[in-house]
Design a protein around this ligand. Structure first.
Ligand code: AMP
Ligand code: MG
Length: 341
C-alpha cells in the first residue's frame, strides 16, 4: 500500500483535510495530529476499518480504542447516557487531553472497545484533528499511530518510521504540543478512577471529581494474571531496544551513579548537564514537567541510535504532569527502577 503524505501548507490545507475525510468515509486509516500524540484514525462506526488499525499497529485485540469527537452533540450516538458528572468533566476539560470511559452506545461496534460494554471518548483541541472529524462527520476511533510497544509518535516522521506502507495516509502536521497520551478516567466505577495519567493532572481532576481514586496500575506493574481496569496498562510500552533503567534521586546522586557506569547513556534534565561525563540526551527541565512530557517520546526514539549498552533515565517527581511522565517511564524501563536515596 502506498501511504499518501497530506501536506498542511496554506495552499493545500483544505484539500488535505477533505482527502483525509474522504479516505476515512470509505473505510481507510489515516494518521492525524492531535495535541497529545499522533493518532491512527478510522471511522468508529466501521468494523472493517477498526480491524485495519489493529493489524497495522500489531495491537493486541484486548486493548480498546479511544473515540474522538469534535462536538458534544456527537456524544448521544456513542455512549449510553451522559450524566451530570460526565457533563461537568466535559465542561472543565474538553476540548483537551482528557478521555472519559462511559457506557458504550449501540452504534459503536464491540471491536472498538475490545469487547467491553464501555467506551472511551475524547474531544481533542487540535485544530487539524477537529477539522478532519467535522469534515468526515464521523466519530474517529484512534489509538496512537505507532507500532504497538514502541514510543508513541509526536511527529509525522515518527509515524512514517513505524507505519509507512501500512496505512492509507499521514497528515504532515506539526510536532504535538503535549507529547503524551491523554489522561483516562473511568466514570463507570463508583468512585471514578484514574486509569492513565496525562496532560490533565490529578490536581486538576480532583477539583471536579473530589472522590477520584488512582488505579494501582498507574504506578506499579500489574500482575500477569490480574484483571486490569485499563487493558493498555498491562503491556510493556514506549520501550527503546536498548536496556533501559529508571533512576530516582538528586542531580548529585544521579550524575555520580551514571558517571560510574561504562558504555551508558544518561537521559537527563538540563540541570544534570554540567555534572555528567557520559553521553547524554536531555529531555527538559526538572522545574517544568511539561517540557519533559513534550520531549520524552522523541528522546526515547533517539536512544537506540546512540548504540550504548544501557540507558539510565533520570525520573521526575510524580507531581502534576510529572506523574504521567513517570507512568510512561516505568513502562519504558520494564519496571526496572533504582532509587538513590
Ligand atoms: P492509546 O489510544 O493507544 O493511547 O490507548 C488507549 C488506552 O485507553 C488503552 O490502552 C486503554 O487502556 C484505555 N481505554 C480505552 N478504552 C477503554 C475502556 N473502554 N475501558 C478502559 N480503558 C480504556
Ligand atoms: Mg498507544
Amino acid at each position: 500500500m502506498k501511504t499518501e503524505r497530506l501536506e498542511l501548507s496554506a495552499e493545500c490545507y483544505e484539500d488535505s483535510i477533505s482527502r483525509a475525510a474522504e479516505l476515512l468515509e470509505s473505510g481507510g486509516i489515516v494518521a492525524i495530529p492531535t495535541e497529545t500524540v499522533y493518532g491512527l484514525a478510522a471511522s468508529a462506526y466501521c468494523e472493517k476499518a477498526v480491524e485495519k488499525i489493529f493489524t497495522a499497529k500489531g495491537r493486541p485485540q484486548d486493548n480498546p480504542l479511544i473515540v474522538h469527537i469534535s462536538d458534544l452533540d456527537m456524544i448521544a450516538d456513542i455512549t449510553d447516557g451522559f450524566d451530570d458528572k460526565a457533563r461537568k468533566c466535559a465542561e472543565a476539560f474538553w476540548p483537551g487531553p482528557f478521555t472519559m470511559v462511559l457506557k458504550r452506545g449501540e452504534k459503536i461496534p464491540k471491536s472498538v472497545s475490545a469487547g467491553l460494554d464501555t467506551v472511551a471518548v475524547r474531544m481533542p483541541s487540535d485544530k487539524v484533528a477537529r477539522d478532519i472529524i467535522k469534515s468526515s462527520g464521523l466519530p474517529l476511533a484512534a489509538p496512537s499511530a505507532n507500532t504497538s510497544g514502541s514510543p508513541s509518535p509526536t511527529t509525522p516522521y515518527h509515524v512514517l518510521n513505524d507505519l509507512d506502507g501500512k496505512i492509507d495516509a499521514v497528515i504532515m502536521g506539526e510536532e504535538c504540543q503535549v507529547g503524551l497520551e491523554s489522561t483516562v478516567v473511568t466514570l463507570c466505577t463508583e468512585p471514578p478512577r484514574l486509569l492513565r495519567p496525562g496532560g490533565v493532572t490529578v490536581e486538576e481532576l480532583l477539583k471536579i471529581l473530589p472522590d477520584l481514586v488512582v488505579d494501582t496500575a498507574v504506578l506499579s506493574e500489574p500482575k500477569a494474571d490480574a484483571e486490569v481496569a485499563s487493558p493498555g496498562m498491562k503491556y510493556k510500552h514506549y520501550a527503546p531496544k536498548t536496556e533501559t533503567v529508571l533512576v530516582s534521586g538528586s542531580v548529585d546522586k544521579f550524575s555520580s551513579f551514571v558517571n560510574n557506569k561504562k558504555d551508558s547513556l544518561a537521559v537527563c534534565f538540563h540541570e544534570d548537564l554540567d555534572y555528567l561525563s557520559v553521553k547524554y540526551l536531555s529531555y527538559g527541565s526538572i522545574k517544568n514537567p511539561e517540557t519533559l512530557a513534550h520531549n520524552l517520546f522523541s528522546v526515547l526514539r533517539e536512544v537506540d541510535s546512540l548504540k550504548v549498552k544501557t540507558v539510565y533515565i533520570h525520573a521526575p517527581d510524580k507531581k502534576g504532569v510529572g506523574l504521567a511522565v513517570y507512568n510512561r517511564l516505568i513502562r519504558a524501563a520494564g519496571f526496572k527502577i533504582i532509587e538513590l536515596h
